[in-house]
Write a protein that binds this ligand. Structure first.
Ligand SMILES: [Zn+2]
Length: 87
């Protein structure tokens, strides 16, 4: 009986991972039922959390170079780690 309970918990956690997708521009988590899916002609998919992110992408901006995005913070952290390893 105890094992069955554990299996149910694992299934639930997997479903949550599938539901949550990150914004292609700002890498913020998009909750279910919100956001925009944009498909290019070549088949690449972009998930946008807001029209702000979609418009910024259309203007040719990079999410990791904008100060207000979570992607820029992640990019800075990665650069710091690289610098620490190198130096
Ligand atoms: Zn976004």
């Amino acid at each position: 009986m105890k094992q069955k309970g554990k299996q149910k918990k694992l299934r639930r956690s997997k479903l949550k991972v599938v539901d949550m997708s990150a914004c292609s521009f700002c890498s913020e988590n998009i909750s279910k039922g919100t956001g925009v899916l944009f498909a290019k002609k070549d088949g690449t998919l972009f998930y946008f959390c807001s029209s702000k992110c979609k418009k910024n992408q259309e203007l040719g901006r990079e999410g990791r170079r904008q100060k207000w995005t979570k992607a820029s913070q992640l990019f800075k952290e990665r650069e710091k780690k690289k610098a620490a390893k190198a130096g």
